[in-house]
Design a protein around this ligand. Structure first.
Ligand code: ADP
Ligand code: ADP
Length: 227
């Protein structure tokens, strides 16, 4: 996957809240970075500047050196997979249709989507393809969300509390699956979580946010050794 760089990024929301207060950090191609911090510290806002769900008030975000606002929106969406809590599958569509929509929205034909391969990638049995989302467990639904995010073969995965609504065991299984996908597909991954233990387990690098700033930046090895 590509590198991602934040260059003096500031986000001030209408009303005056400064959610991101001057963040400069470079994430290496193929890295797995966790953004950790208390609720309201600006993690989601910073993440969303990468896929332009949020436009910075100042500063720039670059993917492989290109400012994101110079990348064609259609191309940007294809290059970035985005997963959040309760991915929101369409309830009236089968698993296969939910996965295919990830690509169809980008103008591909349904037959071009290798639904079976994508189910394999997220360790779901292929015979789930024709089920409706309501017939799946919460963990299975999140896996379908991951499969949908992978349909456009993105190099970059953005995840915002992807396992937040799941029980601890399912959470751990899904974490391992996401780490496995990162390793196998060579994805650059940025994961927002308020769970430091999860960050230490999964990420190569942990960025701690507080009041819109990055206040710590270290590998799990260093953090676990204690300062
Ligand atoms: P986190 O992901 O760490 O919980 P957020 O980025 O969601 O933090 O929020 C950072 C701050 O910005 C909070 O004070 C939050 O209330 C505020 N905020 C987030 N989104 C908006 C928005 N769309 N409009 C106004 N304020 C927002
Ligand atoms: P998250 O922390 O993952 O952004 P939230 O539940 O805090 O989730 O926010 C849900 C939605 O509401 C998000 O789109 C966020 O940008 C927006 N939001 C959060 N805080 C505020 C706020 N103070 N004013 C307006 N919108 C907000």
């Amino acid at each position: 996957g590509p590198s991602v760089a934040f260059d003096a990024v500031v986000k001030r929301y209408p009303g005056g809240t400064v959610a991101v207060d001057g963040v400069s950090v470079a994430i290496a191609a193929g890295g797995f970075v966790a953004l950790v911090g208390a609720s309201g510290s600006g993690k989601s806002t910073l993440l969303k500047t990468v896929n332009r769900l949020v436009e910075p008030s100042a500063g720039r975000v670059l993917i492989d050196g290109d400012p994101v606002d110079t990348i064609e929106p259609h191309r940007l969406r294809r290059r970035i997979g985005y997963i959040f809590q309760n991915v929101g599958l369409f309830p009236h569509m089968t698993v296969a249709e939910n996965i295919a929509i990830g690509l169809r929205l980008e103008g591909e034909r349904r037959n071009d989507v290798r639904v079976g391969d994508l189910l394999d990638l997220v360790d779901l049995p292929r015979d789930l393809a024709e089920r409706m989302p309501e017939a799946l467990s919460g963990g299975q639904r999140q896996r379908v969300g991951v499969a949908r995010a992978l349909a456009t073969e993105p190099g970059l995965m953005l995840m915002d509390e992807p396992f937040g609504a799941l029980d601890p065991v399912t959470r751990e299984q899904l974490g391992a699956a996401v780490r496995g996908l990162h390793d196998t597909l060579g994805l650059t991954t940025i994961m927002v979580t308020h769970d430091m233990a999860e960050a230490l387990l999964l990420a190569d690098r942990v960025l701690v946010m507080q009041a819109g700033r990055i206040v710590a930046d270290a590998t799990p090895r260093v953090l676990l050794a204690g300062e």
